[in-house]
Design a protein around this ligand. Structure first.
Ligand SMILES: [Zn+2]
Length: 211
């Protein structure tokens, strides 16, 4: 059986099992969505938002791209944020990066000539790596440099999201959180919680050193 066929067969099984577990599930799903969370994550196949948070369809409004980047002037990411905040009125925006991120690793290497779109996309991440060059170089291994830059990247996206007019002008404004996922044990670490006042300090510090 080819791979797409296998996925379609699995879909039929999933639909049957889901309906058997909860006969109202698809009727409710078809009525519309009311997610409370916008998830901004990496496209990496190992970090599926719903799976790692035990969520169901309808729970998360999801945007994923390479290295979980938010660009206020990019219509793709900005339109997702705009719709999530202004129409769905989500209460939380979660940026979730992950350790061992290939997009983050690429930002620490020379540009790959066959990947011009990726290179353009991760340019701000390369700039962030330069800004934190001294700190990153002080890390003993490449893996540690990648993982530290992945954390700094999450904090930078949190800062950008909190600074965006879409978030700032919302009333009430959604809380923006920064998380990072570890492939080794499947656990998420909170780097910036929208609930904590001292988060502002963390992000401001990151912003200052990134400026
Ligand atoms: Zn990644």
């Amino acid at each position: 059986m080819n791979r797409p066929k296998r996925l379609l067969v699995a879909n039929v099984a999933w639909a049957h099992e889901t309906a058997a577990r909860n006969p109202e599930f698809f009727r409710d799903l078809a009525r519309g969505q009311n997610p409370h969370v916008l998830w901004v994550g990496c496209s990496d196949s190992r970090v599926p938002a719903e799976t790692i948070t035990h969520c169901e369809p309808g729970d998360l409004f999801v945007h994923r791209n390479i290295a979980n980047l938010f660009h206020p002037d990019d219509d793709n990411t900005a339109s997702v944020l705009e719709y999530a905040v202004r129409v769905l009125k989500v209460g939380h925006v979660i940026v979730c990066g992950h350790y061992g991120c290939g997009g983050v690793r690429a930002a620490l290497l020379p540009p790959e000539p066959t990947l011009p779109h990726v290179n353009r996309r991760i340019a701000p991440l390369c700039a962030l790596a330069k800004t934190h060059g001294d700190e990153l170089q002080s890390r003993a291994s490449e893996r540690e440099r990648i993982d530290r830059l992945a954390e700094l990247n999450v904090l930078e996206q949190v800062r950008q999201l909190r600074a965006s007019a879409i978030v700032r002008d919302a009333d009430p404004a959604p809380l923006v959180h920064g998380w990072i996922f570890a492939l080794e044990d499947g656990r998420i670490k909170v780097l910036a919680s929208g609930y904590e006042a001292d988060d502002a300090m963390t992000c401001t510090t990151a912003a200052h050193s990134a400026a």
